[in-house]
Design a protein around this ligand. Structure first.
Ligand code: UDP
Length: 507
């Protein structure tokens, strides 16, 4: 039988490219041939970040792993826009299908060293790829890039609309406490949650709001795939996973992907492949500052505050200054990643910080514009993570056992923050209006709290266990690899499947 061949199509941002790449590498280790589809713009960025000019990334491609490109449809003039992410969503949803269809049609029959395509595997926000797969008669699976609770919450945005919660009645609802005081207690598998914590996309008075429409559509379209893959693990979200599985049984929980990737399950025991996995493939859109790891080596265990707001969050200059003075007030060593575009319109990177802050903290602060985050979080010197609660960051922080100070901004980050602080007990939440005193107080609070540190250590142990031999994520990954490679009749089920629907039968 020909080798299975998955065409992996991530939404073109780091929050989806990174987990898709981790999943692709795990599948490749399991014997699946991978075509990884990136946008032309992102490949250029990755080549530049890799520092080798054109071909730096593609030259690093491995046996059984190839990279293809499609255009993202965005005008260069729109790349610096405030709402860049929504602009990118609009462009991909309108312009992504045609080039992807041509690509999959070309690869479908295979040829040379490339086996015929057996599965199209997009991430969330790319459901046009599921239609392409259906049109071409190729099976599909989808990787949801957030937590299971975030998926359930986004799936219920439609019902929030039907029940009259959305759109908001008037602008005052945005600021008068309505979003906090309105409690939604009927989302299956989820604890009572304030309306504002279900998603950032509830913050609209426009019945035709694109962000709301797009997220309702995309979350619900995930269930059109033959199977759903989630970067979470069963012990972390048991209630909401049970509720999701009751509605949609073919769910593979295979997280934390980074932890699975670090483990090797060959020979007699698990081997930790460490940070320098020899066959790892890097498609970072920014150049990593790896020297910060040497700086961390020189710090005391558990002493460093690590602050990073991910790839998309933007701050005002005033918010940046509050975080800066909050970090200064802790008197602790810190590593802070200030992206070139963290404050739009300002001079880029650390130069956007107040000069007096830079001068006053030079001896104990290390600044960078991008870093190898998973390795940073796993470094023993790191004792606190100031985060925007993007799912990858949160999952990486949980897997590393690092207490968090949470400042959610966009999309599902509010739901994830709620779980981090109230369900998993690993963090403290900052108010939306950042104040330096609270930043300093919460950093001290999480680093000095026995209870939070104990919870963080517990989730680290759980993450290791689920990724190890016999752990649920490890077993589900094995089932997933088999499902990609065998015929519909004998498709292995994810552990908790409750129906006999076959993966190939659902294309
Ligand atoms: N990341 C990184 N270095 C950085 C900042 C982020 O490698 O300096 C990675 C991080 O490890 C994660 C991804 O970028 O895998 C960010 O995804 P997340 O879901 O946390 O947030 P988003 O960027 O989508 O808001």
């Amino acid at each position: 039988m020909a080798r299975p061949h998955a065409v992996v199509v991530p939404y073109p941002g780091s929050g989806n490219i990174n987990p898709a790449l981790q999943l692709a590498q795990l599948l490749r280790r399991g014997g699946v041939f991978i075509t990884f589809v990136v946008t032309e713009h992102n490949l250029r960025r990755a080549e530049a970040a890799a520092g080798g000019g054109d071909g730096a990334v593609t030259a690093g491609a491995r046996e059984g792993f190839r990279i293809e490109t499609i255009p993202d449809g965005l005008l260069d003039a729109d790349r610096g826009a405030q709402d860049y992410d929504l602009g990118l969503s609009r462009a991909t949803v309108h312009h992504g299908a045609a080039p992807l269809r041509d690509l999959v049609a070309r690869l479908r029959v295979g040829g040379g060293d490339v086996p015929p395509v057996t599965c199209v595997l997009p991430t969330a926000l790319m459901s046009f790829a599921l239609e392409v797969a259906r049109d071409l008669g190729v099976p599909s699976m989808v990787l949801w890039g957030g937590s299971a609770a975030a998926l359930m919450g986004h799936m219920r945005l439609r019902e929030l609309k039907e029940r009259g919660y959305l759109p908001l009645k008037d602008e005052s609802s945005l600021t008068n406490g309505y979003l906090e005081k309105t409690i939604i207690d009927w989302i299956p598998g989820m604890p009572p949650i304030s309306l504002g914590d279900v998603s950032s996309f509830v913050r609209t008075t426009d019945p035709d709001d694109f962000g709301l429409w797009f997220n309702i559509t995309e979350a619900n379209n995930c269930t059109k795939a033959g199977a759903l893959i989630i970067n979470t693990f069963d012990a972390l979200e048991p209630d909401v996973l049970a509720a999701l599985r009751a509605e949609y049984p073919r769910i593979y929980t295979v997280g934390p992907l980074g932890t699975l990737l670090r483990h090797r399950h060959d020979g007699d025991g698990d081997e930790d492949a460490g940070g320098g996995d020899s066959d790892s493939i890097d498609l970072s859109l920014w150049k990593h500052d790896t020297e910060c790891l040497a700086w961390l080596d020189a710090q005391d265990p558990g002493s460093v505050v690590y602050a990073n707001f991910g790839s998309l969050t933007v701050l005002t200059a005033a918010q940046l200054a509050e975080f800066a003075w909050g970090l200064a007030a802790t008197s602790r060593p810190f590593l802070w990643v200030v992206r070139e575009d963290l404050v739009p319109g300002a001079v880029g990177g650390p130069a956007a910080l107040p000069p007096a802050f830079l001068a006053g903290t030079a001896a104990r602060g290390r600044l960078a514009t991008w870093c190898p985050q998973e390795r940073v979080l796993r470094h023993p010197a790191v004792g606190c993570f100031v985060t925007h609660n993007g799912w990858n960051s949160t999952c990486e922080g949980l897997a590393a056992g690092v207490p968090m100070v949470c400042w959610p901004v966009f999309a599902d980050q509010f739901t994830i923050c709620k779980y981090a602080c109230e369900v998993w007990g690993v963090g403290l939440r900052l108010d939306a209006e950042v104040r330096r005193e609270q930043v300093a107080g919460h950093v001290d609070g999480v680093m000095e709290s026995e209870g939070i540190r104990r919870s963080a250590a517990r989730w680290k142990a759980e993450a290791e266990a689920t990724a190890g031999r016999g752990g649920s994520s490890h077993e589900n990954l094995l089932s997933l690899v088999k499902a990609l490679g065998v015929s519909s009749r004998s498709t292995p089920s994810p552990r908790h499947e409750r129906s006999g629907i076959s993966f190939v039968g659902l294309i």
